[in-house]
Design a protein around this ligand. Structure first.
Ligand SMILES: [Fe+2]
Length: 367
């Protein structure tokens, strides 16, 4: 298709938007495909009523019970998103876990401790991603009670994003990944008298327990390019342009076949006087979007705290709240830490979320 224009337009997206007008991006393939920018007289989030199931949702996950275990929040054929609490326990109570259903990406929202894995020890703390490939045995051993936002990849394997012309070391350097430490793990196992003699395996959503007479962590060496790793938000280097707002895809952390995981981090705001400083209004036509607010000041939304989550299904435009729009002009930087999942397949919400939904979120754009 040819690029085509009608009526009033701008020469650069997200910049020089005429006074009193609002830009809306309508794009295919999650900010990578064909795209148009519409200038409107009003934000397209000004609905006065929505009747039917297609609504934006806000959930306060902090209100979910803090009981040990995994609560599934969203699912489809490509992924499962869960909320998990893990208690500190004595070493003899530790168990192994292996998912034969998919790669697991844990994000630590609260707590600190260690993951024991077949490949070695991985320390974690708040703000860490812990990536455990499919079928790798691991045990979470918290030093303090820990809370994870977990994204399981059911139909592909996590890969690094392509960095293209910004080079291989942009966003995060591979050398910043936390590698499993086998020696440290051997020391820990010795100190704890060789715990972990059971493995629970998840396959097709069903659980099977394998019991052994000795510890399952008996690896004395390994080589290869398949292994678990960690990545901390502090070791991620967000891309930015000081002149024009970059799309969320600039903040991609890991890519799966049918979804992406992005990380939003503090960064300076665009410096040009005519640059849009809040996320642009958009229809991400092919993707349902989940945004998990980890920490900080949430820039484009009102009345949010860490541990909340929004779900914006494809099918309607969304964007910043009116107050955020006004506040942006007085800010020089963002201070938000958030994890986003964009899913090509529609996401189904699980019942656990019904209890913690913030009602009337869909009205929150109204002034
Ligand atoms: Fe969005």
């Amino acid at each position: 298709m040819h690029h085509y224009t009608q009526g009033r337009t701008t020469s650069q997206a997200h910049k020089g938007i005429p006074e009193g007008a609002y830009e809306e991006e309508q794009g295919l393939k999650g900010f990578f495909g064909p795209v148009s920018h519409l200038l409107r007289k009003k934000p397209s989030t000004r609905w006065s009523q929505i009747d039917g199931p297609l609504k934006p949702h806000l959930y306060d996950l902090i209100k979910l019970p803090e009981a040990e275990g995994v609560k599934r929040l969203f699912h489809n054929a490509a992924l499962e998103v869960s909320w998990q609490w893990v208690e500190k326990k004595s070493p003899d109570k530790l168990r192994g876990f292996r998912s034969a259903d998919g790669d697991l990406l844990y994000f630590c929202h609260k707590g600190e401790g260690e993951f024991l894995t077949e490949y070695g020890l991985l320390p974690y703390r708040r703000g860490h991603y812990i990536a455990i490939p499919k079928c790798i045995v691991h045990t979470i051993a918290p030093k303090e009670k820990s809370n994870f936002f977990v994204i399981e990849n059911l139909n592909s394997h996590y890969e690094e994003p392509t960095r293209g012309m910004v080079g291989r070391h942009a966003v995060y350097d591979i050398n910043a990944l936390g590698k499993p430490d086998l020696e440290a793990q051997m020391a820990r196992l010795k100190e704890w008298h060789d715990p972990v003699r059971e493995i629970e395996v998840k396959k097709g959503g069903e659980r099977t327990r394998f019991t052994y007479n000795e510890t399952v962590y008996d690896v004395i060496g390994w080589k290869g390019d398949l292994f678990p790793f960690t990545l901390h938000m502090d070791n991620m280097m967000p891309l930015m342009s000081h002149r024009a707002h970059l799309p969320p895809s600039a903040h991609t952390t890991l890519v799966a076949r049918d979804f992406v995981v992005c990380t939003f981090l503090p960064r300076p705001l665009e410096r040009d006087a005519d640059a849009l400083k809040v996320p642009f209004y958009h229809q991400n036509i092919d993707y349902d979007e989940i945004l998990f607010y980890h920490d900080g000041d949430f820039f484009s939304r009102d009345n949010l705290h860490g541990g909340m989550l929004t779900m914006h299904p494809a099918g309607f435009p969304h964007g910043p709240h009116p107050k955020a729009f006004k506040a942006a002009s007085s800010k020089a930087e963002t201070n938000e830490y958030a994890v986003m999942i964009d899913s090509r397949l529609p996401l189904k919400c699980d019942a656990a979320l019904n209890e913690v939904e913030v009602a009337q979120y869909w009205k929150s754009w109204q002034g």
